[in-house]
Design a protein around this ligand. Structure first.
Ligand SMILES: Nc1nc2c(ncn2[C@@H]2O[C@H](COP(=O)(O)OP(=O)(O)O)[C@@H](O)[C@H]2O)c(=O)[nH]1
Ligand SMILES: [Mg+2]
Length: 449
């Protein structure tokens, strides 16, 4: 059984991992008190992808939640999903990390990660044929960036063949909780690029825009982390649904990554998500249920569906679509995508030299209401996030602002320089697919040096 090990690190990571696990338990109708498969358990579905099934019939999440302080873990333990975990699923320290990558990677956080390796080994040992890790963390936080980057590099070092998919919260200029977030983000991305196989990033301001544009709830700017997290939860549930339910093309994480990632470092996806399943969704009212393909593809391709703030133009290399709905057929969806691709002015938008750009998996939905789709695009448009982050990084780093917090913890300035140049390399690896329009528009080309 192709098991996935889910890991949550830092507050953001722990909350989103818990949400994902709760969602999976609900979709497979695991009984929430005893955690046994309920009487109405869906035939032919595979909760074992995320859960260990014990001989007693109990299902426990194959999950590890790591943090430096216990705030987020306490919330989970007091929350509705607590019965999914045992004591072995948590690890936390006693003090916070003050939003410092240095403390998360080298200080107290490092010790917590070291100690968790034994638990990872035990989880892996119980697996039959693991398909990989899904690790959630925020690039801006101390625990998320420091411990997250250390965790994935340690796991990959010990298990070189393992697939590492990371779901991260990317810092955004409009939503920085601390000035250190851009430092943390660049230092952590430096490790992600080398160790992760697949990266699915999110940004809070874009999630906020998404809620405003797509949902009929009048938020009045008051959207909370829970609201953001519920969008992330639905997106990840849709992304993983073909792995957990019978589907066309029987994807595994490995199949998905091999079909959409032509170069190991260009593995940062832009996610577009649509969940028509509830009447709260604006498009639900206009959805033509007999012919939903147009609506699906069109709404997924419009920029408002993106969960990341990216450029509106730039080459798309490949796409992976995961859909569920009663009326959907993969062949029609594929045709619709190809039609979209050939529409003016799009042909140039798609990379010419990749033959089969679209990989699609469809799960027959359980109910008429359930219509969801997520489209992963491997595209150069994502460069915007890296460019913004690196620009902000350089402005601070040139003046050595806030640097002493890191050097006091024993970090060397060289590490900052290396991370910066690795990120600039990544940006230039994506540059071939951006038109001149974006390059050097609001930037005076002094960045080199
Ligand atoms: N969407 C979302 N963002 C969060 C959540 N918790 C924290 N954040 C954001 O994530 C970033 C990192 O913070 P956090 O995860 O608390 O740091 P850490 O615990 O040190 O890893 C900050 O910019 C927060 O605004 C959450 O539950 N949902
Ligand atoms: Mg925290």
């Amino acid at each position: 059984m192709r098991e996935i090990i889910s890991i949550g690190i830092g507050s953001f990571g722990i909350m989103t991992t818990d949400n994902l696990i709760q969602g999976v338990a609900e979709e497979h109708q695991l009984n929430s008190d005893s955690n046994e498969a309920g009487s109405g358990v869906i035939q032919n579905s595979y909760p074992e992808i995320f859960f260990d099934e014990f001989q007693s019939g109990k299902y426990m999440a194959r999950t590890l939640l790591l943090d430096a302080d216990s705030t987020a873990i306490d919330t989970v333990r007091a929350g509705p999903g607590s019965s999914n975990y045992g004591l072995d699923n948590y690890s936390c320290g006693k003090t916070g990390l003050g939003s410092l990558f240095a403390k998360g990677h080298y200080g107290e956080g490092g010790q917590i990660v070291d100690a968790s390796m034994e638990k990872v080994r035990a989880l892996l040992e119980r697996c039959d044929a693991p398909q990989g890790f899904m690790v959630q963390y925020g690039l801006g936080g101390g625990a998320g960036s420091g411990m997250g980057s250390l965790f994935i590099s340690k796991v990959v070092e010990r298990n070189p063949d393992i697939l590492m998919s990371v779901q991260t919260l990317f810092p955004h200029r409009q939503a920085l909780q601390s000035t250190l977030e851009v430092y943390n983000g660049v230092l952590c991305s430096h490790f992600n690029v080398e160790n992760a196989t697949l990266s699915l990033p999110f940004q809070n301001p874009q999630l906020s825009r998404y809620l405003k544009n797509k949902l009929l709830i009048p938020h009045g700017g008051g959207a909370t982390f829970e609201d953001y997290n519920s969008v992330i939860q639905q997106a990840l549930l849709t992304f993983t649904s073909p792995l957990r339910f019978p589907s066309t093309s029987h994807p595994t994480l490995r199949k998905i990554t091999t079909s959409i990632i032509p170069f190991p470092r260009l593995m940062h996806m832009t996610l577009a998500f649509n969940g028509f399943s509830s009447s709260l969704w604006k498009e639900y009212t206009t959805l033509d249920k007999s012919k939903p393909y147009n609506t699906f593809i069109n709404t997924l391709e419009d920029n408002q569906s993106n969960l990341m703030d990216v450029y509106t133009r730039g080459k798309i290399l490949t796409t992976y679509g995961s859909f569920r709905g009663q009326f959907l057929e993969s062949i029609d969806l594929h045709r619709e995508l190809v039609k979209y691709q050939n529409k003016y002015p799009n042909p140039k938008q798609f990379c010419e030299w990749i033959d089969d750009k679209h990989y699609i998996a469809v799960v027959k939905g359980q109910s008429e209401q359930q219509q969801q789709g997520i489209l992963l695009q491997n595209s150069c448009q994502i460069t915007k996030c890296y460019r913004d982050m690196c620009e902000d990084f350089t402005i601070q780093f040139r003046r050595k602002a806030h640097l002493h917090y890191y050097t006091n913890e024993g970090m060397d300035e060289m590490e900052f320089t290396e991370a910066e140049s690795n990120m600039n390399d990544l940006i230039s690896e994506y540059a071939w697919g951006l038109d001149n329009y974006y390059m050097g528009e609001d930037d005076e080309e002094e960045e080199e040096e």
